[in-house]
Design a protein around this ligand. Sequence first.
Ligand SMILES: [Fe+2]
Length: 194
Amino acid sequence: MIEVKPLPFEKSSVENFLSESTFNFHHDKHLVNYVNTTNALIANTPFENLSLVELVKKAEGPLFNNAAQVFNHNFYFDGLSKEKTQCYGKVKELLEKNFGTVDSFFAKFIEAATKNFGSGWTWLVQLPNGSLEIQNTQNANNPLTSNLKPLLTVDVWEHAYYLDYQNRRADYLKDFCQHINWNFVNANLDKNFS
Ligand SMILES: [Fe+2]
């Protein structure tokens, strides 16, 4: 069965970015609902003992939608930092190699996420040849099903930012880029998502 992953910080601690109220809904209502629905769908089926990543790769239809939303939300919350951060380490080298500078990566990431029409996710992924790419996905879709390595994601469903930013998605994205947990992004470079 899939468990609700706790937030890696206090809900009230992310100053000048997302409010406690946003996390009350986003983590405690939306994510919990995706987890509960996933568990109801896998109960007494061969999917029951699969890991979350295996579930996302093998499921279809409503089970895929709910399991992928659990993965995506866990990945998004783990990629957030309550404090403002600076990019560092191996991922900084790779961003500079692929996008010129970290700021130019931010500009391209914000542009892609702003243009991601409707509900979806914007990802930084690593391709099998080692290069980095920005990808938009719709609804619950994510890079795991294309066998790409996810490094970072931002939730652009309106429920992620509407309480704090209303229709100002670009402002949410600008602040997101200042609150990235680069420890998490660097660690993902060495992870195997199979
Ligand atoms: Fe969300």
